[in-house]
Design a protein around this ligand. Structure first.
Ligand code: ATP
Ligand code: MG
Length: 574
């Protein structure tokens, strides 16, 4: 088949399989998270692949919780994973759990023992590791390798009955201690865990299958055709195939996903993991940040988790667009976090209403303005009628940014100074500064100006050009809004590659909080947001000259909190 450049290499494989009529034309994938943490942007790359393939080729993608280690797993994670996948806009066929197959897997392990293909090893984890050998040197056989079948069987049963202490024994597959593939050197199939109840099976099991003995079998039981994972599993693939070879051709009774006698079997394919600069994506490290209070939780807006990105103001469309941009290859690499920021910025530039908020306010008095004030109608995004308009109060006293005024006029300063240039107030009139006032310590307190009543934006006189336009809010109507200005979580590009404690590499300035004076329009955020699937529907704003912001769930009836999603400046270079 001719290579189609618009397809990634896995889509190419799927199309070839369809053309060859494999699996009766059935396409089935799965996304297999372990419920031991929240999903992160790396998982989204896998989700877009697994669900994307199923969507594109009229197949089905199931959600399978790979819940084989009760020590770290919890229903809190099961729930958050489902919520995040739905929020991203994907729909699974079924929800399965590896723990659904504990009976079948146990029976299979017993069969292996009876066929002389597995044995109980009583050595410590350290001893077993020492005997593994190196890629160029064969391993050493365990002294328990040739234990009689009956003894293996009764010990395995004793393990399951809870009669053997955790770590005292494991069940190992008896394959080949000299194999050039280290994973074939008698891999562990089962271990004892009695310390923690399982989130679904409770205390029923005292032995739990290892990843390699559970994953391929689970794929097989469910009828998965394309089992897609990341590159570190390439070396596991022969073992994946080996275990499936041991029982392929038998149709499991509770998953009749394919016809009896078909040559069905799942195949594993691998793509490159997503790594992003200035963050970590290991669940162990993220859990540590959460548990030690170094971030505000899994959904801290600095975290690379899906819930963190959501709270930061990322949208499902921007996240999926980012994944689409980076693509899938077979080469590991590091993606510039600037590309992620660029993607949300591009979206919000076109969709987020632009409002004024003054971060370092100083009062401006328009001395020739008569009357009690007026209302200005402004477009939410200049030139984009579809996004509507809003009303902005205007009066004699406004707040402007302190930095928009300078005491001495200067030909290189385009904003306000007494006797200096004319400046337009955004969406309103042209003004000229006439004077200012300071307190006893020399801090600027008030700027005085006059305005040209015929220069209002949207009128004939509104076309008159000035070198600069400045932002403002009206003093009596504006509201105080808390803004949280986030920056990268880590101070170094690749925290995982550095020596020492990763927590020492955190960016100390990753959060600054500033209360600003914002247009009264934002008061609409004081009411409770609509909820969809348990997720608050939030509005995004561009605060002019400050960046893109989103409403934070800490907002209540009295107090608005906005998170900065991204600054305005794009520092991503292609
Ligand atoms: P841990 O951090 O505990 O090693 P994990 O990241 O492997 O866990 P899983 O829950 O086992 O997490 O992952 C579920 C799926 O997501 C797997 O198929 C895995 O390959 C994929 N995945 C995890 N991290 C990434 C990543 N950074 N890029 C792409 N896919 C990923
Ligand atoms: Mg994993």
């Amino acid at each position: 088949m001719e290579e189609d450049k618009s397809l990634n290499f896995i889509e190419q494989t799927v199309e070839n399989d369809l053309q060859e009529g494999k699996n009766d034309g059935r396409i089935q994938t799965r996304f297999p998270p372990e419920p031991n943490g929240y999903l992160h942007i790396g998982h989204v790359k896998a989700i877009c692949m697994d669900f994307g393939i199923a969507e594109k080729y009229n197949g089905v993608c199931n959600l399978r919780f790979d819940d084989t280690n009760p020590v770290k797993e919890d229903t809190e994670y099961v729930d958050s994973i489902q919520q995040d996948i739905q929020w991203l806009g994907f729909r699974w066929g079924n929800v399965y759990y590896a723990s659904d197959y504990f009976d079948q897997l146990y029976a299979l392990a017993v069969r292996f023992i009876k066929e002389g293909k597995a044995y109980i090893d009583e050595q410590t984890a350290e001893q077993i590791a020492e005997q593994k050998g190196t890629p160029t040197e064969a391993g050493t056989a365990s002294p328990y390798r040739d234990r009689p079948i009956e003894e293996n069987l009764s010990l395995f049963e004793a393990m399951q009955r809870g009669e053997i202490e955790d770590g005292r024994m494991v069940l190992r597959a008896k394959i080949d201690m000299a194999s050039p593939n280290m994973h074939f050197r008698d891999p562990i199939m089962y271990r004892i865990i009695t310390t923690h109840p399982h989130h679904r099976t409770g205390r029923k099991w005292n032995v739990y299958p290892m990843y390699d003995f559970a994953h391929g079998q689970s794929d097989y039981f469910e009828g998965v055709t394309h089992s897609i994972c990341t590159l570190e599993f390439v070396v596991h693939r022969p073992l994946y195939d080996y275990f499936i070879d041991q029982f392929a051709g038998q149709v499991p009774s509770n998953f009749p996903a394919w016809k009896e006698g078909s040559d069905y079997r799942p195949h594993q394919y691998e793509f490159n993991r997503l790594n992003i600069t200035y963050t970590v994506m290991s669940k162990r490290k993220m859990l540590q940040l959460v548990n030690e209070g170094l971030v505000a939780g899994w959904d801290d807006p600095r975290m690379p988790t899906v819930c963190g990105l959501r709270r930061r103001g990322y949208t499902p469309t921007a996240i999926r667009e980012f994944i689409n941009k980076i693509g899938y290859t077979k080469v590991e690499g590091m993606i510039d976090t600037g590309l992620l920021e660029h993607t949300i910025r591009e979206e919000l530039k076109a969709t987020a209403p632009r409002v004024c908020a003054i971060f370092d306010p100083v009062k401006l008095v328009i001395t020739n303005y008569e009357g009690t004030g007026e209302t200005i109608e402004a477009e939410n995004i200049d030139g984009n009628e579809a996004l509507g308009t809003r009303e902005i109060p205007f009066a004699r006293e406004l707040y402007i940014e302190r930095g928009d005024f300078q005491k001495e006029a200067d030909k290189n300063f385009y904003r306000l100074s007494p006797g200096g240039r004319e400046v337009r107030l955004k969406n309103a009139y042209i003004i000229q500064a006439t004077g200012y006032e300071e307190d006893a310590d020399g801090n600027l307190t008030t700027v005085y100006a006059t305005y040209d009543p015929l220069s209002k934006s949207g009128t004939e006189g509104g076309n008159r050009k000035t070198k600069a336009t400045i932002n403002w809010v009206e003093c009596t109507s504006c509201i105080d809004v808390e803004t949280r200005l986030y920056d990268r979580l880590f101070a170094v590009e690749n925290p995982s590659a550095e020596e020492g404690d990763f927590r020492d590499l955190l960016n100390k300035d990753s959060l600054k909080t500033v209360t600003c004076k914002a247009e009264q329009w934002l008061k609409r955020e004081l009411k409770k947001p609509d909820m969809v699937n348990g997720i608050a529907q939030v509005n995004h704003y561009q605060l002019l000259k400050q960046g893109f912001f989103v409403v934070d769930p800490d907002t209540d009836e009295k107090h608005i909190v906005l998170n900065r999603t991204a600054s305005l400046k794009d520092n991503w270079q292609k």
